[in-house]
Design a binder for this molecule. Structure first.
Ligand code: C2O
Ligand code: CU
Ligand code: CU
Length: 495
């Protein structure tokens, strides 16, 4: 059995329970009075002894929009793509070339636009020196197209995945899933946005075109040479925030409504976002697509892999206004992680868009006939290589942990029994509903279709899922990828 240590080239750092976010999720209450942050790169092993690379001051770099992938063919009733998985260098910190792992050379990952009912076929060529697996997160796909952890393809080989897109519009994403390597691969750049649309969504008068912007948020730990530093469970080291691959950028907007497709592509960081002026955000969708109705809020929470589809109306701000999108959760000081990006209102623009009161009808929930419980936990005793558990066991590729009867609906009660570590829970294949959180009804942000749900220490959620599409074996896991790489994953078989 290959160990995580050997696969990651011995780059593991000692980690202790104290690093499992003991103070990690403390709200940044001292947002305007905290001591100055350590210099960027502090704590990293450093580069080749050259001058230390400094992060740019906040809001001095423009946030790019990720490029949209073009199909190589649209014949035969399907869109066919060819993607090369390769290492390149990209400018993340101005003036510095950083090595990243990419889909087709793009950092942040590109956007693939797909349509419900129209097949997407992607041929990936692996030009890395490590095996990879590509998983469409949130996708209703057959087991052999799921990019399962052991279903990898070797360096120098190719693999074709077929996505039938038999599901409603949703902001999905794809990322690496090669077991024990996924956390490092995703951290180094192997993630991309997959925007699936359908007729229902297209008929809505929501902001579109240049007024619909995907934003992938994540954190990173740069060493002194401006390279991405990776060690397992480095919760306190990854304190540089990137929005679409750039540190604390600015985004120029017109004084009108915009739709932002937010994705938290971090390995372990939870975001709690708000506009600095407390301004209103309208949330219209979540992981599995549109909500039934929009709701307004002043904050959006995103655990790793969660998505939020939001509209912000900048027409309430005079041209010239600059509004910071803040993050109110640690780890990290407010100076390091309190500011995500800044919206600069630079012009006016006509705005024919509208947010309808009714966005769609969610599929009805069939009566559940089976109930299960799942317990997430990990070692918190300070050992060198903490293990992650589902129901007390580390993942075993050969072991089936839950057997589900095809065509049924079930209720899963999922609990995080850790005292310090936050987790979340993601199931492949299905979009579920969150029925309850800690025994109480959920907030509107969790009232839609979800594939990932957060679990702060001690929390319990009750989920409803229907298994009526594919049969076969899939995984469920904590999507703090460093945790799933430690074993916090299990298999379910639908038959
Ligand atoms: Cu984002 Cu196993 O997935
Ligand atoms: Cu997934
Ligand atoms: Cu976890």
């Amino acid at each position: 059995m290959v160990t995580r240590r050997s696969l990651l080239g011995g780059a593991l750092a000692a980690t202790g329970a104290g690093l499992l976010t003991a103070g990690g999720l403390t709200p940044l209450l001292t947002a305007h009075s905290a001591p100055a942050a350590p210099a960027p790169g502090a704590g990293g092993p450093g580069g080749a002894g050259g001058p230390k690379v400094a992060l740019p001051p906040p809001f001095t770099v423009r946030m790019p929009s990720p490029p949209v992938l073009s199909p190589v063919s649209t014949l035969g009733g399907q869109d066919t793509y060819a993607v090369t998985i390769k290492e390149v260098t990209r400018e993340i910190i101005p003036g510095t070339q950083t090595k990243v792992l990419t889909y087709d050379g793009h950092f942040p990952g590109p956007v693939l636009r797909a349509r419900s009912g129209r097949r997407v076929v992607i041929r990936h060529r692996n030009q890395l020196t490590m095996p990879v697996a590509v998983h469409l997160h949130g996708g209703n796909v057959s087991p052999d197209n799921d990019g399962a952890p052991m279903d990898t393809f070797a360096p120098g080989t190719s693999r074709t995945y077929t996505y039938p897109n038999q599901q409603s519009a949703a902001g999905l994403w794809f990322h690496d899933h090669a077991h024990h390597m996924e956390s490092e691969h995703v951290y180094r750049g192997l993630s991309a946005t997959y925007l699936l649309t359908d007729d229902t969504e297209r008929a809505l008068p929501l902001p579109a075109g240049q007024y619909e912007i995907p934003i992938a948020l994540r954190d990173a730990h740069f060493d002194d040479a401006g390279q991405l530093h990776y060690v397992m469970d480095d919760v306190f080291g990854r304190t540089t925030l990137l929005a679409n691959g750039r540190p604390t950028p600015y985004v120029e907007v017109a004084a009108r409504k915009y739709r932002f497709r937010l994705l938290n592509s971090s390995n372990m960081r939870f975001f709690q976002l708000r506009l600095a002026d407390g301004g209103q955000i309208t949330q219209i969708g979540t992981d599995g697509g549109l909500l039934e109705r929009p709701f307004t809020t002043d904050t959006v929470g995103l655990s790793p892999a969660e998505r939020a589809d939001v509209v912000i109306d900048f027409s309430r701000y005079p041209v010239g206004t600059k509004i910071v999108l803040e993050n109110t959760l640690g780890p990290g000081t407010p100076e390091q992680v309190g500011k995500v990006l800044r919206f600069d209102v630079v012009r006016t623009a006509p705005d024919p868009s509208r947010i309808p009161d009714r966005l769609r009808t969610l599929p009805p929930m069939a009566k559940a006939t089976v109930e299960r419980t799942v317990v997430l936990s990990m070692d918190e005793d300070g050992r060198q290589e903490p293990r992650g558990f589902m129901d007390g066991r580390v993942w075993d590729a050969q072991r089936i942990d839950q057997t589900v009867t095809h065509g049924t609906s079930e209720i899963w009660t999922v609990t995080n029994t850790n005292k310090l570590a936050p987790h979340n829970f993601h199931m492949h294949l299905v979009q579920f509903r969150v029925l309850e959180r800690n025994g109480a009804p959920v907030t509107p942000a969790e009232a839609g279709l979800k594939d990932t749900v957060r679990l702060f220490p001690g929390e319990t959620v009750k989920l409803h899922a229907t298994f009526d599409t594919y049969r076969g074996t899939y995984v469920y896991h904590c999507h703090l990828l460093d945790h799933s790489a430690m074993g916090m994953m299990a298999n379910f078989r639908i038959r």
